[in-house]
Design a binder for this molecule. Sequence first.
Ligand SMILES: Nc1ncnc2c1ncn2[C@@H]1O[C@H](COP(=O)(O)OP(=O)(O)OP(=O)(O)O)[C@@H](O)[C@H]1O
Ligand SMILES: [Mg+2]
Length: 317
Amino acid sequence: MPLLTIRDLKVSYSVRGLFRNRSETTAVDGVSLFVGEHEALGLVGESGSGKSTLGRAALLLIKPRQGSIVFDGVDMLDAADHRNTSAIRKFRREAQIVFQDPYGSLNPRMKVGRIIADPLYVHGIKDRRLVKDKVLKLLDLVGLPASAYDKYPFSFSGGQRQRISIARALSIGPRFIVADEPVSSLDISIQAQLLNLFREIQEKEGVSYLFISHDLRTVAFIAQRIAVMYLGRIMELAPKTELITRPLHPYTRLLLSSVPSKDRHPSEQREQADVPVTGCVFYPRCASALDICRETSPRLREVSPGHEVACFLYENK
Ligand SMILES: Nc1ncnc2c1ncn2[C@@H]1O[C@H](COP(=O)(O)OP(=O)(O)OP(=O)(O)O)[C@@H](O)[C@H]1O
Ligand SMILES: [Mg+2]
């Protein structure tokens, strides 16, 4: 049984317009996927495709409009609706997040030792000696000196701050971590060090990841399987090597052929994509579009073992 199974998840934002009129944006539109125990699933797609929304909804940080999220055999949306507090508390312990921004995500007024210990205190672990020992072990695990314990976040670089965030996410011993663009804001050389750390942690601690990035090479370094997202939908999902050597979806092919821009922050690359009302969301940009693509939205289908694609080019095959 997978650790996390998401079925037909829809997440919408209600946006207030200039004239107080409300409109809905569907950021995640019917996504189904699973993350296995000890597995890293990569989630890739350009800015605005709904990656963060999906990651946050998977952790119950945003309420989905529709769908189900089953973690370790328990339907979490059901648990939330029925105020099943013990199930929710277990989930809050076992599922953690590492954010993109190493500056905004750490409380500047707390010392590093306290920041990392916080989840332990929140979950009722009170023995100070035990907590300190645990925090020192975590500092070592993420490659920071023990002296970091008594310092404030401002004394650390972006890369070191991400190490602090990782230590905090690990402190309570999670089984699942959503890592949302955790290296995107860092220099290339620091990115490589942190990606190695993520990999090491997966091996040592046996955690599962939903590892989000707009850069296919970054997710390919970490993930065993990769899901490609475009405008709220999964376009293709396959084992890593299969996806890279045998990409099927025209959008995956486009991602593989495009040279990633190294010097722009992903949120600065946000451009308003052209969203068609009917048909395939990728239709307006697709070089291989058929007539049917304009009218009907393709479903994600398995075309070979473990390889799913949502594209009419592969229907009837
Ligand atoms: N808080 C919000 N309120 C309203 N709309 C939002 C909100 N957050 C995201 N959106 C919209 O939802 C869609 C998906 O956004 P999301 O941040 O999930 O994408 P992303 O793939 O993580 O992008 P990026 O690579 O820039 O981080 C976008 O159209 C975005 O404008
Ligand atoms: Mg995002």
